[in-house]
Ligand binder design. Structure first.
Ligand code: CP
Length: 325
């Protein structure tokens, strides 16, 4: 257990050791039990978390704001249009000023090529910890919640489990790469074997795929990429079928949406789940496009743990805030 984490930024799990990640998970388990048994945990009394949302959210905003309240502190919901960011104030000035007032800054900024540099810029100039609530490259809080969920469902025995991460066809908007990228980076480090499936146009960032390979090699786990949807399900212990945009192929939105329409059969249904182990968990960070990404039968079925995952966002983020703020 590594507890010297006050002031540490959380932008990608790559900046955290496995021991530090396991510390967050251990504290999340303690906080989950405390909440279930009505024990108060006012560990961040009178502390303030600034939450800057460049993009919309249901789970992230509510779990962070509820979490800081349950820890005895206060969350302030901010968006660029309500701040001087809309008039061009830069990250340096925002970071310095908020550091004079409060105790942590959390940011969601998913614009490709802008989100991660903005969060890194804030972190460079802030004297208080900066937490990524999702950027164009990473969604680290989601993957902490996913890992806690897997750990719970397999009684702590996660090493050697097979996780299938599969692209799915979902219309209407181009989703970021951050969830699959953070999954392939962190899960192999925790000893989980990962199979990543996508059609050729839906590659992830090459440097992230390379890092995932290196992580798996260092941890003695496996990481494979395939263009066959079924491979992600074959003999899997858990699957995360989830859409993302063809952003490494095109940044033109109409072209991206038409590429998504090219693969309507990339959808999670009972037939695909039957390829996996009987106990295989169906996971999704939500929001899911019901009917397109997944059938109701699967997402509402006995193997689905999507609400456990969503709940665990609260517990892991409370642990993260308690350790860093
Ligand atoms: N999973 C997730 O980040 O959900 P929101 O976009 O609703 O925050």
């Amino acid at each position: 257990m590594q507890t010297k984490l006050k002031g540490k930024d959380f932008i990608t799990t790559q900046d955290w050791t496995v021991e530090e990640i396991e510390t967050i998970i251990a504290l999340a388990e303690e906080l989950k039990l405390a909440k279930a048994t009505g024990r108060k945990t006012p560990w961040l009394d009178a502390k303030t978390l600034y939450m800057i949302f460049f993009d919309s959210s249901t789970r992230t905003r509510n779990s962070f704001e509820t979490g800081i309240t349950q820890l005895g502190g206060h969350g302030i919901f901010l968006s660029p249009d309500k701040m001087q960011i809309s008039h061009g104030e830069n990250a340096r000035d925002t970071a310095n000023v908020l550091s004079r007032y409060g105790d942590a800054i959390a940011v969601r900024h998913c614009a490709l090529g802008e989100g991660n540099p903005y969060i890194r810029d804030l972190a460079e100039h802030a004297d208080i910890p900066v937490i990524s609530m999702q950027c164009d490259i990473y969604h680290p809080c989601q993957i902490l919640a996913d890992y806690l969920t897997i750990k719970e469902k397999f009684s702590g025995r996660t090493k050697g489990l097979k996780l299938g991460v599969a692209w799915t066809s979902a219309p209407n908007y181009v989703r970021p790469l951050s969830v699959p990228q953070s999954l392939i980076l962190m899960m192999p480090r925790m000893g989980i074997d990962v199979t990543l499936a996508y059609p050729p146009e839906f590659k992830l960032m090459p440097e992230i795929e390379e890092q995932a390979r290196a992580n798996a090699c260092a941890a003695g786990s496996s990481f494979e990429i395939t263009d066959n949807f079924e491979d992600a399900f074959e003999d899997a212990d858990m699957v995360i079928p989830k859409s993302w945009g063809p952003l490494m192929t095109t940044t033109d939105t109409p072209e991206g949406l038409s590429l998504i329409e090219k693969y309507p059969s990339w959808r999670c249904d009972a037939e695909k789940m039957a390829l996996a182990k009987d106990h295989c968990l169906y996971m999704h960070p939500l929001p899911a496009d019901r009917g397109r990404e997944v059938t109701n039968e699967v997402i509402d079925g006995p193997n689905s743990v999507v609400y456990d995952e969503a709940e665990n966002r609260l517990h892991v983020q409370k642990a993260l805030m308690a350790l860093t703020m």
